[in-house]
Ligand binder design. Sequence first.
Ligand code: SAM
Ligand code: GLN
Length: 299
Amino acid sequence: MNKSGVPLYFPTTLPIGTIGDLLAGCTSMLESEGVAEPAREAREIVASILDVPKFWAAANSVADASPDVARAVIRAAMQRALGAPLPYAVGRAAFRHLTLQVDDRVLIPRVETEVLVERVLERCTRATRRVADIGTGSGAIALSLAFEHEFERVFATDVSLDAIHVAATNAATFGKSLKSPVEFRHGSLLAPLESEKLHAIVCNPPYVSFAELPDLPADVRDWEPSLALLSAQDGLSVTRELVRQAPRLLTSRGLLAVEVDVRRAGTVAEMVSVDGRYCEVEVLFDLTGRERFVFARRV
Ligand code: SAM
Ligand code: GLN
């Protein structure tokens, strides 16, 4: 079944052909369902399922496609034809150095969040020992931090138990390739970390307001979890509560790093500044030069 409740049928036995046959079959399926750029999409699906570069399928059209690959590719193409975003259709998303398993229980990690992680890592030293990713979703932020830097512990929390399951599955996949242990805790904002002292708190909270929901692209609005996207009080409710709770857990000079909506970066920076428990408040930019992150230090 898919999100629209349509039962999905795909053959259990398939004629084993070549990658070229598979591309042609997928392209015509996507085309008949009105997907724009069906040939490019078919190549991307094959590349993603096989975890190879995007040009690979075109360059290897005479290679055999195994029945397992053919089945996975056709299943993904059917999901895509029904409107699923590509990462949900293929079940995986690239984030920094990691390929994460994703499905519609978690937000598809975004490229700007890769920049959030980069800016946090630039500020990590050997003294940055205990860090937390609040609202971990697929585990993108927590697992990247753990993969790229040696911390004593990375905490990953989410109010969604589904998200915790997805993130923990991803953590198990990376296993020993992570430089730091990752601990998952279920609950709202900083409640699950009540007794911890943290050197950094990183968060990509839900920050879309209810009024903005109709303007979101259909594949975001109709497929991604609203718990991951939407926040009350003009999109600021979760961020405001995080800013209020964080100083209690942050060490002196501990870092708060939050992703924000471009339209509200100034408001969040102001909110942090007037709190009185933070210093060195900064607004940082994504790769397209938009104000997307608010960073501050605990006084
Ligand atoms: N960190 C992931 C990323 O960057 O791809 C997911 C971010 S998504 C925008 C926000 C996440 O916060 C979702 O997984 C959602 O379930 C979680 N969330 C929403 N409200 C929360 C709350 N009050 N406490 C903890 N997590 C919350
Ligand atoms: N940036 C996401 C979008 O595409 C929203 C994610 C969030 O609310 N943190 O709408």
